[in-house]
Write a new protein. Structure first.
Length: 190
């Protein structure tokens, strides 16, 4: 029982850290939007989210409004998808192209990667492996968006660049490039 309390405490700590990181990401994103959009577009953005929170518009209406506001802003849309309701992310034409042209990842590669994560944390931090698996299962069950998975795994494996690089290998090239560039800018590798 003491062990399950310890696991629960670690789980809550990871969830709080993830939520703190998501809040920080949201604030940074809003600041970036404010600086990158003309004022009337930014006002439309704020109004749409206020209407959504007040339940004056539906999920699909929010998505359509965001699509209109951010038309042509692929990077912004990719980041915005993190904050949209699951299942209502904005699909970009290049995502479909990328998934069709994506390198062929073999099942053995995925299994080897999962085993590597398990081996690296086994006996030291079993919680990280379990959290990683929960994130993947939530995505499989459509309880997490692709963008949420990328952000949560990035946070979870933050101190393990070798594992992050392997994780990014499984992502479409354009998306993995986005996360690698973001990681490098945080580390100052630019």
């Amino acid at each position: 029982m003491n062990n399950s309390r310890s696991d629960l405490g670690r789980s809550q700590m990871i969830n709080r850290r993830t939520m703190d990181q998501c809040t920080k990401n949201a604030i940074e994103f809003v600041k970036e939007i404010k600086g990158g959009l003309i004022q009337n577009k930014f006002d439309e953005f704020v109004k749409a989210f206020k209407d959504y929170r007040a339940q004056r518009i539906e999920d699909s209406d929010l998505r359509d409004k965001m699509k209109e506001i951010f038309e042509g802003e692929r990077d912004m849309i990719l980041r915005l998808n993190t904050f949209l309701p699951i299942g209502y992310e904005i699909k970009l034409p290049f995502e479909d192209e990328q998934s069709q042209r994506k390198k062929h990842v073999k099942m053995e590669d995925a299994i080897r990667f999962l085993n590597k994560i398990k081996a690296q944390f086994e006996g030291v931090d079993n919680h990280t492996y379990k959290s990683f698996m929960k994130i993947l299962i939530m995505y499989y069950k459509k309880h997490k968006s692709f963008t949420m998975v990328c952000q949560e795994v990035t946070t979870l494996l933050q101190g393990h660049p070798d594992l992050l690089d392997e994780f990014y290998y499984f992502l479409p090239k354009s998306i993995s490039a986005h996360y690698v560039a973001a990681r490098n800018s945080v580390r100052g590798d630019m």
